[in-house]
Design a protein around this ligand. Structure first.
Ligand SMILES: [Zn+2]
Length: 115
């Protein structure tokens, strides 16, 4: 049984992973939609606000920021893959996270299953 929680944050980035001529290399912004699934049970229900607080503790630093200012924190260029990896690993320190989905555009997202 999983609890699902979604938050949004707004951030800019530039990514040169696809080449410096690629449109992603220019500074641009996204409305990120972050959805987190956390293990819950009948015996030990998870408090939704606790999940939200754990998420916001991590992503508040990214909200209305240039993600390229956080390359040391996320260990490289702020691709959606690195962001979801960083967020999932930070979350597992405080909550029993099972899956993290970070949506960068209406049609594009990365999902990470946490073992
Ligand atoms: Zn982008």
């Amino acid at each position: 049984m999983l609890v699902e929680k979604t938050v949004h944050f707004y951030a800019a980035h530039s990514v040169s992973a696809f080449g410096i001529e690629h449109k992603c290399a220019r500074l641009h912004g996204h409305t990120y939609t972050l959805t987190v699934w956390v293990e819950t049970s009948l015996e030990n229900p998870v408090e939704f606000s606790k999940v939200e607080q754990a998420i916001l503790c991590i992503v508040n630093k990214f909200d209305h920021a240039n993600l390229n200012d956080h390359v040391e924190l996320i260990r490289g260029e702020p691709t959606v893959e690195r962001l979801v990896w960083f967020i999932a690993n930070k979350l597992r320190e405080s909550i029993p996270v099972k899956r993290v989905r970070l949506q960068e555009t209406q049609s594009s997202a990365v999902v990470l299953e946490v073992n």
